[in-house]
Every structure is written in C-alpha cells, then in structure tokens.
Write a protein that binds this ligand. Structure first.
Ligand SMILES: [Zn+2]
Length: 94
C-alpha cells in the first residue's frame, strides 16, 4: 500500500517569530454624523472590512462579528467600522 502523506511536516513545536494574534473587542458608538468620521464598511458582509499585515483581529463590540483581520491597532485609530451583522458602529479604543 503506497503512502500519499509524505513531505508535509508538522509545524508543531517550532518557534514562530510572528507576533501572537490578539482579538480586540471594539467599542460601540452611536452612528456618526456624516462627514465627521471615516466609516469603513465591508463591501461584502461575509468578509471583513479590512485585512492587513498585523496581528490584531477586531470584532464587533455588540455581537462579536469579526470586522478586521490581521491589522495593526494604529492603522485603525480614528476609523469607525460598521458591522453588517448587527448594524452597530464600532470604534477602536484610543
Ligand atoms: Zn455586530
């Protein structure tokens, strides 16, 4: 019987130099008046609004729906993220 499982090494036990992923729950804010804040909405409700190169995942402060993946906190300061799941506006904690 031939084995088809050669070549794939288990990464377990190896040290990673990547920063540990963190999940941040955002703060729900009232809907901002137009043109006062930059509101980021995902074009596709199934996808996060923003994806970057960082290690932080941001979730809706109301329902826990993921709104941003692999971002850096500094990237999202003063940005408002709209949650398609529950309609909340979320702000990063300064
Ligand atoms: Zn939500």
């Amino acid at each position: 019987m031939a084995s088809a499982s050669g070549g794939i090494l288990n990464k377990k036990g190896k040290k990673s130099d990547r920063p540990k992923p963190r999940t941040i729950r955002m703060m729900v804010i009232p809907e901002p008046a137009s043109n006062t804040r930059f509101v980021l909405r995902s074009a596709n409700p199934e996808l996060v609004a923003i994806r970057g190169q960082g290690n932080v995942r941001m979730i809706c402060g109301n329902c826990g729906h993921p709104l941003a993946e692999k971002v850096k906190v500094v990237q999202l300061q003063s940005v408002v993220l709209y949650c398609h799941n529950c309609g909340a506006y979320n702000e990063t904690l300064a």
